[in-house]
Structures are given as structure tokens and as C-alpha cells.
Design a protein around this ligand. Structure first.
Ligand SMILES: Cc1cc2nc3c(=O)[nH]c(=O)nc-3n(C[C@H](O)[C@H](O)[C@H](O)COP(=O)(O)O)c2cc1C
Length: 142
């Protein structure tokens, strides 16, 4: 009998601080992510602005663990802090190997981010942000 846990996908959310944030770095991260994630059946979204990365990743648990361990060591950002480590029966993002969204400045002011507002988000709040985000961008989801 198969263990039901194996059919669940793993969901991870982390926040980090960009190092050397510019279009070139962002493009290289996104290109790399889109190629790798597609291969690894990982979907998700990256909210990116000069003062923070907030990334949601979902997919097979061992693949998420592997990618997350690489991401943590990446010197294009620092202070990688895990906000959510969950399991789900279904994905939030069906189509995006990695969707980038640079347009989330309204969520928090630079001062709030500098004061650590994101690191104080509760687990549920971090997930709510991406549930809302997926509804806005992933129109093909049934
Ligand atoms: C903010 C940020 C987000 C990233 N997201 C992903 C991702 O979703 N998938 C991925 O494969 N790599 C991601 N990376 C890149 C990884 O840290 C790492 O460089 C890459 O996976 C190595 O790929 P390679 O083994 O094919 O060279 C991210 C890096 C940063 C800084």
C-alpha cells in the first residue's frame, strides 16, 4: 500500500536580501530557474525588488529540498530565512516554472522591509500572499 504522503507536494517559502540587485542578475536567476524547475517539476513564484526576494516553491519533496539547499548557498542573496515548509495535495501555480513579479512594491514600504516586517510574517500570512498571488496570475487554474 502506498503511503499517502508521497502524493503530496512540498511547499517552501523563504525571504532573503538581494546582493547586487540589477536586471542582469535577475534575468540570470530567472532563466536558470525556469530551465531547472521545468526539469524538476517545480513551479512557483519569485517576488523580487531591490530590498527583498520572496520566493514560493512547490514540487516533489526531494527535489524541493535539493533546490532549496542550492538556493541557500547562492551568493546573489543573503539572510535566507524559511517562512513556510508545508505539504499540499495541489499546486498553486500550474503553469509557471518560475513566475517573476517585480511589481509588488505596494505590499510593504522599504522602511517596513528594512525593519524586518517580512521576517515577522506568520507562516499562514506568507502562504496567503502566494494563494492571492496565484489567483491573480494563474488564470488557467480550474
Ligand atoms: C533569489 C533566488 C532564487 C532562485 N530560484 C531558483 C529556482 O527556483 N530554481 C533553481 O533551480 N535555481 C534557483 N536559483 C539559483 C540557484 O541558487 C542555483 O544557482 C542554481 O539552481 C544552480 O543551477 P545549476 O546547478 O544548474 O548551475 C535562485 C537563486 C536566487 C538568488
Amino acid at each position: 500500500m502506498t503511503n499517502r504522503i508521497h502524493s503530496l507536494i512540498k511547499q517552501v517559502i523563504y525571504v532573503s536580501k538581494p546582493v547586487g540587485f540589477d536586471d542582469k542578475i535577475l534575468k540570470s536567476i530567472l532563466t536558470q530557474s525556469q530551465i531547472n524547475n521545468k526539469k524538476n517539476e517545480i513551479t512557483g513564484a519569485l517576488i523580487c525588488r531591490s530590498d527583498l526576494y520572496l520566493q514560493y516553491l512547490e514540487g516533489p519533496a526531494y527535489k524541493i529540498d535539493f533546490i532549496y539547499s542550492k538556493i541557500k548557498l547562492d551568493n546573489r542573496h543573503t539572510d535566507v530565512t524559511l517562512l513556510e515548509d508545508g505539504r499540499s495535495k495541489r499546486r498553486l501555480f500550474s503553469n509557471w516554472a518560475m513566475r517573476d513579479d517585480p511589481f509588488k512594491d505596494w505590499m510593504w514600504t522599504k522602511q517596513e522591509v528594512a525593519d524586518g516586517a517580512i521576517n515577522r510574517l506568520s507562516k499562514g500570512d506568507a502562504m496567503k500572499i502566494f494563494v492571492q498571488h496565484s489567483r491573480e496570475v494563474d488564470q488557467f487554474l480550474s
